[in-house]
Design a protein around this ligand. Structure first.
Ligand code: PLP
Length: 392
């Protein structure tokens, strides 16, 4: 048996006609850059997220960067995030000229640990002024002092929301903006609230492999703040509210018309696909639950996990992956090396041991195949191979 890590072809087969007619319509209308298909998707996606606004951009990385810029993050500032995320979260901070500072994660949810966040903020508080204003966001033009904490970017990793209430409370107390990295969490919920609707902004990626994937690159910023959304709407279009009249220095960060059309076709299916992923997670639990050597992902009591990734933990990770590969089961590791230990971020001066939970977890993780079309037979096979491969 061969079981791919991800199977995008199976999904395409199920929506082929709809997709092809939507793409043909984009061509017929020559609506290639931005345009009505993007606008229609933005509206539907905002509604899906329980947000006032959604702004389509070029990628998730760009969504994070623009949201941080819109909130006034700039040179000399610091932004808190976690070390166990896709590097784009930190890159977006860097390309605002700011510095990513890391806080370790919770051992079971793999998301930002609010207790560690509080300890970190208390330590910062001793020397300097952190609390500045009660504003939940600031316009981009606001210049900032050196080394000043500006924002927190919790990541809803693997499709499970971070513990947002204490994070939002701490942010309020310390005058920090919260930007959700919801790139893996389209439709995930925290106490009934959708990912991307809780912070000042939510950032989504529609990279093809995400739960809602484009047929190319795309992303979006969600927000309940029309001023912030409006800022990004103008910024992504060269700072021009009116064609060739540029109010500020902007960027070309529009969503592609084809992507808007594809996403518009796929969005109505997303709820069903997410539910199917949750069913597959239940099946994995049924067939693997009794194995002491395998730690399955935990769904927190406050969360609706949408299993973008199905991460398990084992002690002999590399051997298990090799054994699975030999049996035709393709797995992934999300992510093998935390950001603070990456070469790209060596200049931050971190060393092994700085974020012990993230480091331990990174050495034990395996991402099992997970997609809506995965069959029970395939899951049974993966489970059998796994049981043979783990150390007894
Ligand atoms: C995918 C992803 C991104 C980046 O999105 P792109 O669309 O690939 O730029 C950022 N953060 C996280 C957590 C992601 O999973």
């Amino acid at each position: 048996m061969h079981i791919p890590f991800l199977d995008l072809k199976a999904q395409y087969q199920s929506i082929k006609e709809e997709i092809q007619s939507a793409l043909a319509e984009v061509i017929a209308q020559t609506a290639f850059a931005g345009g009505p298909f993007v606008a229609r998707f933005e509206q539907a996606f905002a509604e899906f997220c329980g947000c006032r606004e959604a702004v389509g951009v070029g990628s998730g990385t760009e969504a994070l960067w623009m949201a941080l810029l819109a909130l006034g993050v700039g040179p000399g500032d610091e932004v808190i995030t976690v070390p166990n995320t896709f590097i784009a979260t930190a890159e977006a901070v860097s390309f605002c000229g700011a510095k990513p500072v890391f806080v370790d994660i919770d051992e079971r949810t793999y998301n930002l640990d609010p207790n560690k966040l509080e300890d970190f903020l208390k330590k910062q508080d001793k020397g300097t002024k952190v609390k500045e204003t009660g504003e939940s966001w600031r316009p981009v033009s606001r210049s900032s002092g050196a080394g000043r904490l500006k924002a927190i970017v919790p990541v809803h990793l693997y499709g499970q929301p971070a513990d947002m209430d204490p994070i939002l409370e701490l942010a309020e107390k310390y005058g920090l903006a919260v930007i959700e990295d919801a790139c893996q969490a389209h439709g995930a919920e925290y106490k009934g609230r959708r990912a991307g609707s809780m912070g000042a902004a939510g950032c989504f990626s529609f990279y093809p492999g995400k739960n809602l994937g484009a047929y190319g690159e795309a992303g979006a910023v969600t927000s309940n703040n029309p001023e912030l959304a409006g800022w990004i709407r103008t910024f992504r279009d060269h700072g021009q509210p009116k064609r060739y009249y540029h109010d500020r220095v902007g960027w070309n960060g529009r969503m592609d018309g084809f992507q808007g059309a594809v996403l518009g076709v796929k969005l109505p299916h997303l709820e069903g696909w997410n539910n199917q992923r949750r069913e597959k997670a239940d099946l994995y639990r049924r067939y693997l639950g009794e194995m002491e050597e395998i730690l399955l992902p935990a769904e927190a009591e406050y969360a609706r996990h949408i299993y973008h990734i199905y991460p398990i933990r084992v002690k002999n990770r590399d051997e298990v992956i090799q054994a699975l590969t030999e049996k035709g089961v393709n797995c992934g590791i999300h992510y093998p090396l935390p950001i603070h230990l990456q070469k790209a971020y060596a200049f931050l001066g971190h060393k092994a041991g700085d974020f012990p939970t993230a480091e331990t977890v990174a050495s034990e993780l395996i991402s099992l195949p997970m997609y809506p079309e995965l069959t029970e037979e395939q899951i049974v096979y993966v489970a059998e191979c796994l049981k043979e491969a783990v150390v007894p």
